[in-house]
Design a protein around this ligand. Sequence first.
Ligand SMILES: Cc1cc2nc3c(=O)[nH]c(=O)nc-3n(C[C@H](O)[C@H](O)[C@H](O)COP(=O)(O)OP(=O)(O)OC[C@H]3O[C@@H](n4cnc5c(N)ncnc54)[C@H](O)[C@@H]3O)c2cc1C
Length: 347
Amino acid sequence: MSEKVKIAIVGASFAGLRAYISLKKRFPKAIFYLFDKEDYFTFIPSLHLSLCRPSHLQKSQFSLKRYFGEAFIHEEVISIKDHLIETKKKTYAFDYAVISTGAKVNYFGNDDLKKHALGAKSVPHLKVLHKRLPAAKKIVIIGGGLSGVEYAAMLGATSDKEVTLINGADRLLPAILPKAGAYANRYLEKKGVKVIHDAKAVSATEKKVVLDSGEEIPADMIMMCTGLKQFCPLLDSSPITDTLHLEDDDHIFLCGDVAKSDKVPTAHAAMIEGDIVAEHICAKLHQREPKPRLMKRQTTLAVGLGPQAGFIVFRSWYLPLPFTGFLKLHIEKSILLSFKRRIKLFI
Ligand SMILES: Cc1cc2nc3c(=O)[nH]c(=O)nc-3n(C[C@H](O)[C@H](O)[C@H](O)COP(=O)(O)OP(=O)(O)OC[C@H]3O[C@@H](n4cnc5c(N)ncnc54)[C@H](O)[C@@H]3O)c2cc1C
């Protein structure tokens, strides 16, 4: 195995940083390129908190240049092919690439929604939301999954906005326990959030969202929190294998939200996948047969409702905890510290 192997990681967030930390430890002399279009790591699961408390954003970030400066390249990758990664400034040759660029907002091909509904999953999205929020009295959130529920709960608990949550399924958080979804529903209604189930947004203007039933919901600000579209715009849509590489190129791996799978897309799962990809690259470099994908179903999840409340899901149990907000802040701090110190938390 050549120690001067070139490994490129595109996307320095939960999945990409875990893959980098694992690989750097095993191959300290390899040449690494760690790309991100943003120069800060941001704890994305706290974006809903930062929307209502903008001062929190800084606490949930750190400079990638400061902590990963030996490999970090602050550039947006625009193409990956033939063992070459291209940014607007330069082209980089690689032996292995890890793509961990996260998911894109899913507008279901609806141009109206794309024009009028704002994304809510990245810092650039948050900046737009911050500008629009003060003047918005009526907020419509589309999507009753994890991020839609956390945003609705935060806005319901900490603002006097009129919030409507449009949910395509017949219950909230359909990928989690039904009892937990019902609990979140009760919490939202108590906070004055109107929840509409079994409804699909079919069109939108600057001032309203139209549902498939024909009902029109007035809106000053529309947020798109639907299931995130899991695809990588940098690659043709080749499927990925159990060992998380492209079916037609075993030098390109995908992990985190960008890797299509049936699991709930979470930061926790993204970090585990970062480790799995590092394992497989390691096996290849040592000319070992990689083991099949070792992704276990996530059994524990903390869901925040407002700044403090929320609940913990553990296997088939859920436990309402008035201090979930503190727990999530503690998790955030631990993960930020673990990345800065390059310690792998036990997850
Ligand atoms: C409001 C909200 C609440 C959430 N709550 C929770 C929760 O409670 N618990 C939980 O576990 N998960 C939660 N999640 C989900 C979690 O945030 C994601 O699953 C996680 O961020 C995925 O990590 P990732 O590394 O795959 O991708 P991301 O965190 O999306 O990072 C992708 C990175 O790639 C970079 N990038 C993208 N394209 C390019 C390019 N072309 N060139 C260079 N860089 C690029 C981006 O700048 C970014 O840094 C929540 C998400 C949201 C939005």
